[in-house]
Design a protein around this ligand. Sequence first.
Ligand code: FAD
Ligand code: NAD
Length: 467
Amino acid sequence: MADNYDYDVLIIGSGPGGYVAAIRAAQLGLKTACAESRETLGGTCLNVGCIPSKAMLHASEYFDAAANGSMAKLGVEVTPRLNLPAMHAQRLDAVKQLTGGIAFLFKKNKVDWKKGFATFQDAHTVKVGDETVTAKTVVIATGSSVTPLPGVEVDNAKGVVVDSTGALELASVPKKMVVIGGGVIGLELGSVWRRLGAEVICVEFLDQILPGMDGDVRKEANKIFKKQGIELRLSTKVTGVTVKGKKATLTLEPAAGGASETLEADCVLVSIGRRPNTEGLGLDKIGLETNKRGQIEVDGEFRTSVEGVRAIGDVIPGPMLAHKAEDEGLAVAEWIAGQTGIVNHAVIPSVVYTMPEIAGVGLTEEQANETGAKIKIGKFPMLANSRAKTNHEPDGFVKVIAEAETDRVLGVWIIATVAGTMIAEAALAMEFGATSEDIAYTCHAHPTHSEALKEAAMGVQGKPIHI
Ligand code: FAD
Ligand code: NAD
């Protein structure tokens, strides 16, 4: 043990950033502990985020396919009956199995799990509950929590005004649900309850849903969600919510200002973003300041401005995504062990797990144009993809953006039932600096949705086959 510390590394937080960092650090021979204030390991992602939301999305997708006639189109006629307690039980089971899996991996890799809330005493000394732990390096991987909307009180137990955690657990299907924020959470969880029978209205401050995504994708997604029965109220902000018994009344205003109106709902989901978790960590005790957005700034090796303290995941700048946190977890452990840990922040895919899925990696068309580079675009509709057509999944397209001069792929955007799976190929191609021609001349199995990526890449040279 170096310099008489209890541990080589102490990681604060066991989300996808923290638990991956802890396991890799232990694999690299470092004596490692991980502090977690939750009862179970796995952070937001496994407990109240990625995993339970996907459990509800998957189950509600089956219900919807049976209810909306898409199964009947395939010659399977069923009338579904919703067993919501069973749907919740399978969600909880997935969470239990996966969080338990991390506990198993900690034991297997000899990572010590320190139960309790961690607070810095100094840069190498952290109080976790009643215990004091010292470590040569401390990694802050405390993640993020829901951004509150001023004047709006979330009460998940009551189930009228909820955040994402409450929206995963509703005991009954609301008659009318208003989602505040047309981002990823609002659209994923709004879709769940729409499919199960709720009337869903999504109120978005900006003039389009899904900020940060490619403009074409945002427009097309808007049409698809409308077709699915989600009402979108764009350029509108929610300025207040009052609750009387089991009913909520929202006050809405045009984003540009103007007369306000009210809207009644049985359930309101507040999903206007997330903010980094640094409260109570004792950053003041180690002289570590956060930036204007409350994030901890780091260098390329995830070092903060305080010697011996590093940070990763949602608590640092960048997209708040589990796989970004995981990759940073691997890299930070490798740096601490004296190796080189690389995260290519230019190639981090993002996926919205609605039906169809929406995915992207690299630059949007708008961002590519802002660089001043000349670009070429190839676009291929899923309607012309034989597998999607056969499966009755016509919505969406693949869009490949390449630099005109070099043909290097700058970004790929996909709306398709399996876009989340398809985007991995685009990310791998971009990681290897592929040209659109490289993708176009790679043999893709037939009949697969992935052929649409090949065709879109062929489209960059103006030569797709099937359109
Ligand atoms: P977290 O997962 O937030 O983990 C941090 C942990 O640190 C928490 O368990 C917390 O209890 C603990 N902690 C905090 N402070 C302390 C302290 N002082 N002492 C001890 N412990 C502490 N991302 C995706 O990529 N794909 C998805 O499909 C997806 N779906 C999501 C759905 C929902 C509803 C939500 C809310 C988020 C979703 N995300 C998704 C985002 C994803 O969950 C986060 O990006 C990811 O969990 C961040 O990982 P992290 O390790 O940085 O932090
Ligand atoms: P978000 O930032 O994606 O979307 C929030 C939306 O709320 C924005 O479009 C914003 O313009 C709007 N908004 C803000 N204030 C408003 C107001 N007063 N009235 C109306 N609209 C308002 O945030 P989110 O959906 O809460 O998600 C939080 C984070 O969790 C995201 O960073 C996302 O990356 C992550 N997440 C990822 C996934 C996934 O990868 N599939 C799923 C869920 C969450």
